[in-house]
Ligand binder design. Sequence first.
Ligand SMILES: Cc1cc2nc3c(=O)[nH]c(=O)nc-3n(C[C@H](O)[C@H](O)[C@H](O)COP(=O)(O)OP(=O)(O)OC[C@H]3O[C@@H](n4cnc5c(N)ncnc54)[C@H](O)[C@@H]3O)c2cc1C
Ligand code: SF4
Length: 614
Amino acid sequence: MSHLASHYDVIVVGAGIAGSIVAKDLGRQGRRVLVLEAGERATDSARSHREALDRYATASAKVPGSTQRPHPAVGWPEVTDVTGTDGVPGFRAAGHLLQDGPLPYASGYVRANGGTGNVWTGLAPRMLPEDFDTETFGYGRRWPLTYDDLEPHYRSAERELGVAADADEQRAHVGLDFPEGYTFPMRALPASHLDRLLAASLDGQRVKDPVTLDEVELRMVGTPQARNSVPDPGYDGGRGYVPRGAQGRPDPASRCVGNATCIPHCPSYAKYTPLKTQGQWGSSVALTDRAVVSRVLVDGNGRATGVEYLSYEGQATRVHADVVVLAAHAIENARLLLLSRLATRSGQVGRNLMDHPVLLTWGLMPEAVGPYRGPGSTSGFEGFRAGPQRRARAPFRIEVGNWGWVWAKGTVDGDVAQLLHDKGLFGAELRRAVGDRVGRQFTLQFEMEQSADPANRVTLHPHARDHLGLPHPQVTYDLSDHVKDGMVAAKGASDQIFALLGAEDHTDYAPAAAWPGRFEHKGRLYGYRGAGHAAGTHIMGDSPGTSVVDSWQRCWDHPGLYAVGCGSMPSVATSNPTLTMAALALRSAQRIEADLAERDHPVSLTPDTPEVPA
Ligand SMILES: Cc1cc2nc3c(=O)[nH]c(=O)nc-3n(C[C@H](O)[C@H](O)[C@H](O)COP(=O)(O)OP(=O)(O)OC[C@H]3O[C@@H](n4cnc5c(N)ncnc54)[C@H](O)[C@@H]3O)c2cc1C
Ligand code: SF4
């Protein structure tokens, strides 16, 4: 296409959630935007959905990337790349993301058009005001922004992602501030049957935090969801909201119908994916797919001028723009900055890698709970997220898991195998036993805040090269005692919740290939999984000596270069991070537009004509 020969206003690297949003916003202003995407062009058509489902159905492991069609030129880390070592401490990591840390970074991401946002669960809570300054609690890093600064952008992000939640409930039980009269675009999703059973037994009960010895009141609270429910007619001052379906087209009838395959694919188009945003791109936004960006180009003054990308056959092309936006995912953004040897002043590129290490506990309720229906989680307990207790241990959100033991144990196949082998059951007896066991399964998922630690980092592997000859990213990762103490509190809370419910506790972190994330702390064994919430690798701050980007996600060292995404977040807090990331991306788009407007109409500091005295 001839556009490759031209100069763009903006080049966006990566068509995931962050990149798709920035491109849409700037395209709306008429800016000429080129989006370079490593994966293949994808659409949201009925046919491509069917093909994705076929791939999922035939995949031997139903991992997040199993609906995608990978190409050897574009690797990505799957959760199955990291395995435990049976019977002995340690873990092994193979594949795209290599590791040399004491503990595994136990998360993956996806490099395909739409990125990890194709396969995410879609939980979209906001951060708490106090999360923006954990230094107050003696750890972590302060944001150069407050909740109030970000609040209007949260609302824009909730519109873009189509969030369903109850503002009054979020105000009362999470402690969030919204402008008077704010409603979310769509009404909260109904609580699952499991949520209702747990709420009936637990609401108002208290459990003791074994670390701080405080009593915490339990209350089930609905989790904001980036998936279609019933639109709220009061939204936007009574203008209402129309849900978006396939290709981002308005679809008033689109609803979450409870298929429970949100990871990796929503067959009914209810879950937000970046393909919905891409469907709303204006004509000034162009996508070049199969374009693996390998380097950011800068001029002699360090100003970004464009990028170089490789085709799958390894052919290099250069394109130029006034502004370059890296939106390739926290780990790949850091990899690109390292490959380009840019933003070196603070020494922080790649450092401060954070995730939400998730402690899982799993049990059997006395009665059937109706699992494997609806989104992965519809409600949670919010009482451990905030307050001075976070001085003593990492805070956490408790997600109530609607999908039985699938994340913890790989059920249902595992249950069948166990009942067959251990109990010798066959036929009708086996069917009854599987139905009974699977029907009563539930999990609690404790998402721990992990604070920024420069030692947790992404580097370039010294020798290993990918299909295109680019160094593989390598991660060094560990958990602090603050996080581990959070897990002690989490397990203690879980024990008490299980007792209050009369649930059988089947939690077991015994050494196994399926549990790479295991450690001993204070005489007890714990196991964790990654949440896929990579953050912090191009951290934001208020000084070029200590951070990579400023509060607008502009690289301090390189005018015209932005790095957007969770990589900019100074803390990952306890909320799933993508809504905050989307709010930050929208805020950056405003700044980029202002930068470009300034270029078009430079501000004159000296008046052109001398003032005439009156
Ligand atoms: C299983 C799973 C469940 C999750 N659930 C939730 C959830 O419920 N709530 C939540 O808040 N978060 C969730 N997350 C996290 C969420 O998916 C990420 O925060 C989000 O997708 C990050 O968006 P991004 O645009 O920065 O990166 P990505 O979505 O990863 O997009 C990056 C894009 O850049 C492209 N790219 C990469 N390298 C290059 C290159 N060199 N050149 C050109 N293009 C490139 C990729 O192909 C991709 O399209 C989940 C993650 C996983 C893995
Ligand atoms: S529960 Fe089903 S319909 Fe709802 S978002 Fe998930 S996959 Fe889509």
